[in-house]
Write a protein that binds this ligand. Structure first.
Ligand code: KIV
Ligand code: ZN
Length: 510
């Protein structure tokens, strides 16, 4: 069997695409989840780009033992130095150096000739080699690069010390047959290629990220770069869960390949990434979308009841989706609730359990059936609230087509005291946000606001996602409640808390 190295770049390419919205603690939480999923390499960030990225790469490198932790660097000494600074105490570090390799990118991005780029790349890899033996090199936009130049560039960086050669389809331009052929040609025409592992990194601009990654295995690639839920620049990266499940479900076609991924962790990790990045999973997303295992047509439903394999090629349990035959409601007691939590993969301390159980009872009083998504969101809400310094104590809103929208808000401040404000607004949410702004006075601009229902039915919980921007930094906030105005208040407060916490860190560093 040939082991396929799963290189996860959710925390780098993925996070880059959601506006750098994760803090160090959240990145570490995702990194730990990736280890439980069984990934082999975690690209934790791009250390030179910000203090936050530097700290995240450092914390993950030092906190994670069971995976290689990688930091990205442009082909420049200062980038490599910063990446090494972040990784020097890591258990199993890797530096990933990249350089534009297509004519268009070398010219417009670097304003350099191919020969100059080759020298810069060699020098950067040689510099990294002074610190570390595990070096990955990426010729960016490789699928649009001149092939002869690409072979020379790869040969030169392997000579300088690169041990993994990653072939990025940076703009998602390749089609599977040609991509497999490119990998095969690299193996054929780069004389020292046997000294390195070939990796691929495919974007999804034409919807072929996963297909290209799988095709590349046929050409000889043995590492695949991917992200949870397929998040990443523009249309995203090849999705980890789709690649892994394709290899597993179509074992007949990929018999010689294996991964170390524990597929039952796919669903919980997917939910965690969506929750923390604020990047919603489309309901028709393969493997992890809400509709991936739901059947609408009567013919399909009938078939699945008689024999699931009639219309399902994947057993939902294989990706960690719990079987949902237990409906929770207001009559469900502590024991049943605890059982359901453990089936959903949660293990809470007694204190946490009691608080979440109280929240569950409150929801169950207002909603006939409490579904798994409701329970997951209760727990997420509870965890968010633990980290919030400003907490929502009470909220009262009046609105309608005759009245003036008015909101009264009571917040608990970090020192435990309660403070109240009331304001009018253009609408109920405007009034709520204005009242909160009077209490937590941090200038910001609301850049995104969306409400989704978590489950079906008129009594479904509403989940609100917002993003606010302050001094060029984006902060995500989420809130869930059966009342969408309350959920909106919680989401705004969550984003403000993150903004305040980040200001505090910046002030402490000064
Ligand atoms: O898409 C890309 O080319 C990248 C590189 C940095 C590997 O993300
Ligand atoms: Zn990329």
């Amino acid at each position: 069997m040939e082991k396929i190295i799963i290189f996860d770049t959710t925390l780098r390419d993925g996070e880059q695409a959601v506006g750098g919205s994760l803090n160090v603690k959240e990145k570490l939480e995702i990194a730990r989840a990736l280890v439980s999923l069984g990934v082999n390499v975690i690209e934790a960030g791009f250390p030179i780009t910000s203090k936050g990225d530097f700290e995240a790469v450092k914390a993950i490198g030092e906190g994670i033992k069971d995976a290689t932790v990688c930091g990205l660097a442009r082909a420049a000494e200062k980038d490599v130095d910063r990446a090494w600074e972040a990784l020097k105490c890591a258990h199993d570090p890797r530096i990933h150096v990249f350089v534009p390799a297509s004519d268009i990118q070398m010219h417009y991005q670097m304003n350099k000739t191919p020969e100059e780029v080759l020298e810069v790349a060699k020098a950067a890899v040689g510099h990294a080699k002074k610190f570390i033996s595990d070096i990955e090199f990426s010729p960016m936009d490789a699928t649009r690069a001149d092939k002869q130049f690409l072979y020379r560039l790869i040969e030169a960086v392997i000579e300088a010390g690169a041990t993994t050669i990653n072939i990025p389809d940076t703009v998602g331009y390749a089609v599977p047959t040609e991509f497999a052929e490119l990998i095969g040609d690299i193996r054929k025409y780069v004389p020292n290629i046997d000294k390195a592992v070939i990796s691929v990194h495919c974007h999804n601009d034409l919807g072929m990220g996963v297909a290209n990654s799988l095709a590349a295995l046929r050409g000889g690639a043995r590492q695949i770069e991917c992200t949870v839920n397929g998040i990443g620049e523009r249309a995203g990266n090849a999705s980890l869960e789709e690649i892994v499940m394709a290899l597993k479900v179509r074992k007949d076609k990929f018999a010689e390949f294996e991964t170390t991924i524990n597929t039952e962790q796919i669903y919980p990790v997917s939910r965690l990434v969506s929750e923390l990045t604020g990047f919603a999973i489309p309901s028709n997303k393969a493997i992890v979308g809400a509709n991936a295992f739901s059947h609408q047509s009567g013919i399909h439903q009938d078939g699945v009841i008689k024999m699931p394999a009639t219309f399902e090629v994947i057993d939902p349990k294989d990706v960690g989706i719990p079987s949902s035959n237990l409906v929770m409601g207001k009559l469900s007691g502590r024991h049943a609730f605890k059982e359901r939590l453990s089936e959903l993969g949660y293990s809470l301390s007694e204190t946490d359990f009691e608080s979440v159980f109280t929240a569950f009872k409150a929801i169950a009083d207002r909603k006939k059936e409490v579904e798994d998504r409701d329970i997951e969101s209760l727990i997420a809400e509870y965890q968010r609230n633990l980290n919030n310094e400003y907490k929502l104590e009470r909220i009262q809103v009046s609105c309608g087509d005759r009245g003036i929208p008015t909101a009264s808000i009571v917040l608990t401040y970090p020192d435990g005291t309660s403070h109240a404000e009331a304001t009018i607004g253009e609408g109920p949410i405007d009034a709520v946000y204005k009242a909160i702004n009077k209490l937590v006075d941090v200038p910001n601009t609301l850049t995104e606001f969306s409400v989704n229902s978590l489950t079906h039915g008129i009594d479904a919980m509403g989940s609100v996602l917002i993003r606010i921007e302050s001094d060029g930094i984006v902060f995500t906030g989420r809130g869930a409640d059966v009342d969408i105005i309350v959920a909106s208040a919680k989401a705004y407060l969550n984003a403000l808390n993150r903004l305040v916490a980040s200001r505090k860190t910046i002030d402490e560093e000064r």
